[in-house]
Design a protein around this ligand. Structure first.
Ligand SMILES: [Zn+2]
Length: 615
């Protein structure tokens, strides 16, 4: 299967496992032989996205989105097929010179490169300024915070000169376009030339590719009335909700280490780096966004939450933990216990081993939540105790191990002061109530699209379905039918004709690649979606010539109907109302007779459409 073919895209999809690829973006659950997930392409409440391991394709039965692993990345990340191929190559660690050739800047990257150039040059200026006479105070500050030259260099730390328009002048002299500098909103005043980072130690912030997107600056003059920290304003390249400090470095080490620490500020990142933990990102405050979840999910490793042990930090961990549980991400939390110091304080006072011990004391979310409520010391009356039990129920349902659940229930009993038997009963009631709202089993709920299929296209669909699964059906089609009325079906049939000339069995994932590569293909999305759903049908009848003939007959009849309708429509044109009524009456009489004749013959329409579920 994994032999190298002439087509890079085919190689990629044959080497990737679609379940692994999709689960690096969203949670998937095993369901029979296949997998299911909440569809990220529409507002999904029941898992409607089905992933077939056999066929290596996915399909949402509500919004219709479907395709192979590359299609998924294309849609999810809003990338071109080419960019998605590069992504997939990185994701599965596939080395190929053809992939390297694809690594050309995307139009968006090209469009943004003047902005990145400004930010890089400006940072070089900050780095340079740190080494000047004036920058010595900032340099000493960093030294005092325990950052040696190697760290200062690794994180490209710098300093903003007190002459506030010096850096602007430097950028203009370097030949940067003022409009670009302006749009980055790095400067204030009129004209906008006063550097926001003036008089501050500068910490550059990068995106996942290591490109500088903005800065955070810490004031040196403690007596100053200005904010202790300022961040760059949002711009084309800097969106606060997506920012994670040190993401580029962490992205590299996370795959090797299998985890990523999420900490509060960059000082925590530095502290962890000093004790040998390089896989860490900082939220730069405690605001946690949906974008952060997306980024962390893509890292596809265990998330370890290690915010500050103060009240704000612990509360933030509770909230983030709740979100990560809902998203079914793999994560644990650092149990702060009686610790009240930040990571760099622990490091400074007790050394690296103490930091390592601290951040390796990891607990699950239910355990963390129980400790949190226990320590918050607010369980003084029955109502608070009952509230605690109620709050823990949804958290407990995320526990998959019965042993851990047992332990958690016992702990809740002891913390809340209720009998274990009552706690267990509450839990059983809670899960029973929620099970009632689980996935609907009426297949038509999944497939509203099915109800839209026009009557005359149904036999075409049946025949096409047979063609997807059997070469003989394709041969029958090419000799006896030759043409589908429905444009999408016709396109798929044409592809199958060509495909089966070279292959005996169909590889849907490969055909999807070909369809995607066809730039001139009309209704490309619809074609790929339809093909995916045909390929995933569960009850495909055995190939039989008789069935093919029945389909053909139904197709012919439907065409007759359609032609008749057009003829009548043409006839009606320009006629008086009375004449039109007469024509319609005649047409309806004729139609009733045709339908009655048809009913006498074995009816192909009655044959239920193949069921697409994977129970
Ligand atoms: Zn969907």
């Amino acid at each position: 299967m994994a032999t190298r073919s002439n087509n890079l895209y085919d190689d990629l999809v044959s080497r990737a496992d679609i379940v692994e690829v999709i689960s690096s973006y969203i949670s998937v659950n095993k369901h029979g032989r296949n997998y299911r997930a909440l569809c990220p392409f529409h507002d999904d409440v029941n898992p409607s996205l089905m992933i077939s391991t056999d066929k290596q394709i996915f399909k949402c039965f509500v919004c219709g989105t479907g395709g192979n692993a590359l299609t998924f990345i294309t849609k999810y990340e809003k990338l071109s097929y080419k960019q998605a191929a590069i992504k997939l190559g990185n994701l599965i660690g596939y080395q190929d010179e053809r992939l390297t050739q694809l690594t050309i800047k995307s139009p968006r990257q090209q469009q943004l490169s003047p902005y990145f150039d400004v930010l890089t040059d400006l940072n070089n200026y900050y780095v340079y300024s740190l080494m000047t006479e004036e920058g010595k105070e900032a340099y000493d500050y960093l030294k005092k915070r325990g950052l040696d030259d190697e760290m200062i260099q690794k994180y490209q730390l710098g300093y903003g000169l007190k002459v506030a328009d010096a850096s602007h002048e430097y950028l203009v002299k370097k030949g940067h376009v003022e409009r670009i500098i302006d749009e980055l909103d790095l400067y204030t005043g009129t004209p906008k030339t006063r550097d926001r980072m003036s008089g501050r130690v500068v910490f550059p912030i990068t995106n996942i590719d290591g490109q500088i997107i903005g800065y955070s600056g810490r004031i040196l003059d403690e007596a100053s009335s200005s904010a202790k920290y300022v961040n760059s304003s949002e711009s084309k390249v800097f969106q606060k909700a997506q920012v994670l400090f040190n993401l580029a470095n962490a992205n590299e080490s996370a795959r090797r280490d299998g985890y990523v620490y999420v900490v509060e500020g960059f000082m925590d990142v530095f502290a962890l780096d000093k004790v040998g933990i390089t896989s860490a990102v900082a939220l730069m405050g405690t605001a946690f966004s949906r974008e952060h979840i997306k980024i962390l999910r893509r890292l596809n490793v265990e998330i370890r939450l290690a915010l500050d042990p103060d009240n704000a930090g612990q509360l933030a961990m509770m909230n983030i933990g709740e979100q990560l549980s809902k998203e079914k991400l793999d994560f644990r939390l650092v149990a702060s216990g009686s610790e009240s110091r930040d990571l760099d304080e622990i490091l400074e006072q007790d050394g690296s081993e103490a930091v390592n011990n601290y951040v390796n004391n990891l607990v699950t979310y239910p355990e963390f939540a129980l400790n949190y409520h226990q320590n918050s010391g607010q369980l003084t009356n029955v109502r608070d105790r009952r509230d605690l039990v109620a709050k823990m129920m949804p958290i407990f349902t995320t526990i998959s191990s019965p042993l851990i659940l047992e332990e958690a229930l016992a702990k809740l009993a002891s913390v809340s002061g209720f009998e274990l038997s009552s706690i267990k009963k509450t839990y059983d009631n809670y899960t029973a109530r929620n099970r009632g709202q689980s996935i609907s089993h009426n297949p038509n709920d999944y497939y509203p699209e099915r109800q839209l299929i026009h009557r005359y296209t149904m036999p075409e669909r049946h025949m096409l379905q047979a063609m997807v699964h059997d070469k003989r059906a394709v041969e029958y089609y090419s000799q006896n039918v030759k043409y589908f009325y429905d444009e999408i079906y016709r396109t798929i049939a044409d592809y199958l004709l060509v495909y089966y000339k070279e292959h005996d069995e169909v590889n849907i994932s490969q055909i999807i690649n070909e369809l995607t590569a066809a730039d001139d293909l009309v209704l490309q999305d619809e074609v790929i979606q339809e093909l995916s759903s045909l390929a995933l049908a569960r009850h495909v009848p055995e190939f039989s010539l008789q069935a093919m003939e029945e389909y053909k007959e139904a197709i012919d009849e439907a065409r007759f109907d359609e032609l008749e309708k057009i003829r009548v429509d043409n006839n009606l044109e320009g006629k008086s109302e009375a004449e039109q009524v007469a024509i319609m009456n005649e047409f309806n009489k004729k139609r009733a007779k045709v339908l009655a004749d048809r009913r006498k013959r074995p009816n192909t329409q009655k044959k239920d459409e193949s069921n697409l579920t994977d129970e």
